[in-house]
Design a binder for this molecule. Sequence first.
Ligand code: NDP
Length: 492
Amino acid sequence: MVREQFQMLINGQWIDAKSGKTFESINPATEQVWGEFPFADANDVDDAVRSAHAAFESDEWRLMTASQRGKLLRKLGDLVGENKEKLAQLESKDNGKLIRETLGQVGYLPEFFYYYAGLADKVEGETLSLDKPDLFGYTVREPLGVIAGIIPWNSPLYLTAIKIAPALATGNTVVLKPSEHASATLLELGKLALEAGFPAGALNVITGYGLPCGDALTRHPLVKKIAFTGGSESAKHVIRNSAENYAKLSLELGGKSPNIIFNDADIDSAVNGAVAGIFAAAGQSCVSGSRLLVQEDIYEEFVTRLTERAERIVVGDPSHIETEMGPMATASQLAIVERFVDVALTEGAKLRTGGKRADIQSGWFYTPTILECNSNNDTLMQEEVFGPVAAVIPFKDEAEALAMANDSKYGLAAGIWTQNLAKAHRMIKGIRSGIVWVNTYRAVSASAPIGGYGQSGYGRECGIDSINEFTQIKTVWINTSSEPMADPFIMR
Ligand code: NDP
């Protein structure tokens, strides 16, 4: 098989790693090596950060008006839309995500660039109502500097768009570090950013492993903010690294999101929502509805219907449009899924369907799996699997559903299925999570903030809030009095 060769983007130039080292990317559906990428180490990271820093300080970027930055983002959105097919196919080959998901996700991606293009020249400070008659005060929002974007393998383009669009809109510059398992589309995005007219160094993409590349990037003294999406263990390293450079942090981590089905729910809709919640992207989504809490009087009917639908899921080649579930993105992720299912069975969970590798010759495929748990304390109810494994449990009433939903170290998302508006509102108020979906699941929008409570992270991406994440406030004081300054030792 012909291997595609990739280079990194630093300061507008396409280059190899200084060491000359490379690493391989494997297509999860075929287990064939298809691409070779530069293995960046601390030296390459330093070049990339310095290039982003120089771009940040340059007159070309510093003096560019906010509306002009908005125009560049709009152009980038247009280019992403025009290259939708190519980007979707590349992402599918790199991480095994279904082509029909990547087409949908990439098709919507321009909206994120347009949203922040529109906001770029609306980032405003405030005049202050000071309690001092001779002083006039106002605030301005200013960019932070170099932003490090650490991107995981599950949805690289989407998770990058929601970081770079607000970061660039507000005048920062960026160094991106994709996962070593899914680097290709971010390099392609870098190409489109140059074509859109972003100056050299405004967006850099370096490829490599968490160690040494991600580590060197997140501790680099010139990095002013780290926007991280990934697992909790890597997040701990990143938090520690930010103690070196005092970088601002936003963390979008995992979850064990409850999808709660009440007895008055529209069952057809709830079954579809549960399937989309856990089996879309083969469960490799931070917002997966991986804990299914089902009211006891509809429990058996619901689980039976869910099982029937899960058994009809077409598992196979992600590049085929009729396929409904693709492979695990990495061999190690497949091993993690197998381990969690073993633990669940050992703890007494009852297997309704799945629980094994899919019968496909090559590729890291696992069957859609449903396990009935006995207690919310079971490992499968508490730990994130990041695979197509639904943990199902019955509940008696609203109070028990809420208690179980909140009995988790995570708090990223929750789903509520009911026709009763008052009940929905009571649940919304009680649930501790950053996102609540009612009678729907996994909807996203450029204008809707995403982020977690508890160990699901902190900071928000998307929406207007994200502008605050990528800016800092400068407070300005102006003396409007013609009188000489008073005694300097008096603080007034
Ligand atoms: P990681 O957290 O390891 O990967 C996320 C990103 O962080 C990757 O770019 C990774 O690089 C990078 N990274 C790893 N170590 C460091 C470090 N010390 N300093 C800086 N960057 C680092 O996710 P995994 O791929 O290992 O997946 C582990 C688990 O994380 C999954 O099973 C899942 O539970 C969760 N996860 C959650 C995601 C989400 O969307 N919230 C996405 C992906 C995973 P590299 O990959 O090159 O090592």
